[in-house]
Design a protein around this ligand. Structure first.
Ligand code: PLP
Length: 379
């Protein structure tokens, strides 16, 4: 079976996790702090705050901006449901907009058209890791006095005109370390920002709103009492995850080099296969290919879903492309009938192919040949 993905975990992660188990300090502690410092340096941000996953990272980012009832947050519909859920957790309203048909990223014109006096923020998603049009979104946000937040769940290591995503272009950027991502801590997330006050607030909110971390109290030589200036959450990352994250981050550049080589080879081999559209990488952007998604034309001899079944029967796992949030029941109830044609088309036609750093050339050739044969072509 050729899986859709496979975490790239080695002896280093194993040894790091064992060392934490033996250390006596398991929850958020020195290893989380080390992971935060390394991640901040890697992306070029002043502050990085580790949390339990990217969903809570998005929630905290919006809470730290005091997003609440009555506020509108503009985000793309073509994204994982967690993007909009984080808005709903704050009691705010997600305003779902369409995407660009070539990059699949949020369409700045659609954002401009959706801004109202209630708009507090644009929550831009870097689709499958490909950076959104930050320059236009940033200019729009500045002009209209609203905040830009980045859902960078899939974008660790992505580059935007020479700078890494996370460097913050917007106020805050949120990353995921779920096992489907290029590097993983099992579950995990990170928030980066250049704003010291926002960073301090996020740090406090992630641990019950406490004024003092467990580690600081543990290390202190005098008795210290914490206070709780506001209601917070338990969104901490454990030191087990932090230790794995430190090792994973060391491997990220190597993992991305391999993923990008595999992705470019897919694109070259599949370019001539009829009924398939391969992903683009606009000049100045470096796509980490958290997922490699092609589109299957509705005129293909096999529809997308039938193609997935045929590939599975041949031992090749695939996944449908990115979902449309507005078509899911809770959002139909919340937002009523919404029609966002580009996102719907991309979602219906999207097919994610196997991609992982350990993928062998032979495995990739098998996927390419099976896909081409199913669509009546022999590249
Ligand atoms: C765009 C996007 N946002 C948010 C998330 C949520 O991340 P996590 O699983 O770490 O909570 C994901 C996860 O796949 C995602 O793809």
């Amino acid at each position: 079976m050729i899986p859709i993905t496979r975490p790239y975990i080695g002896d280093e992660e194993e040894a790091a996790a064992i060392a934490v188990l033996r250390s006596g300090w398991l929850t958020q502690g020195p290893k989380v702090a080390e992971f935060e410092a390394a991640f901040a340096e890697y992306v070029g941000a002043d502050h990085a705050i580790a949390v339990a996953n990217c969903t809570v990272a998005l929630h905290l980012a919006l809470r730290a901006l005091d997003v609440g009832p009555g506020d509108e947050i503009i985000c793309p519909t073509l994204t994982f449901i967690a993007t909009a859920n984080a808005v709903v957790y704050c009691g705010a309203t997600p305003v779902l907009v369409d995407v660009d048909g070539a990059t699949y990223n949020i369409d700045p014109d659609a954002v401009a058209a959706a801004i109202t006096p209630r708009t507090r923020a644009i929550l831009a998603v870097h689709q499958l890791g490909l950076p959104a049009d930050l320059e236009r979104l940033h200019a729009l946000a500045n002009r209209r006095g609203i905040v830009l937040v980045e859902d960078a769940a899939c974008a660790a290591g992505a580059r935007y005109h020479g700078t890494r995503i996370g460097r913050p272009h917007g106020a805050l950027a949120c990353f995921s370390f779920h096992p489907r991502k290029s590097i993983t801590t099992g579950e995990g997330g990170m928030i980066t920002t250049g704003d010291a006050a926002l960073a301090a607030r996020v740090r406090r909110l992630r641990q019950h709103g406490m004024s003092l971390s467990d580690l600081d109290r543990h290390r202190g030589s005098t008795v210290q009492f914490e206070s709780y200036p506001e209601i917070g959450f338990n969104y901490r990352m454990t030191d087990l995850q932090g230790a794995v994250g430190v090792e994973q981050l060391r491997k990220l550049d190597g993992v991305l080099t391999r993923r990008r080589a595999l992705a470019h080879r897919y694109s070259a081999a599949l370019a001539g296969v009829p009924h398939l559209t391969t992903p683009i990488e606009p000049a100045g952007l470096e796509h980490p290919f958290q997922s490699y998604m092609v589109r299957v034309s509705p005129t293909a001899p096999l529809g997308r879903d039938a193609l997935m079944a045929r590939l599975l029967a041949e031992g090749i796992a695939t996944r449908r492309g990115v979902m449309c949030i507005h078509r899911e029941a809770p959002y139909r109830k919340l937002l009523g009938d919404v029609f966002l044609p580009t996102a719907e088309r991309v979602s219906d036609e999207g097919l994610i192919l196997p991609l992982y750093a350990q993928m062998t050339d032979a495995e990739q050739r098998t996927v390419i040949a099976a896909l081409a044969a199913a669509l009546g072509s022999h590249p």
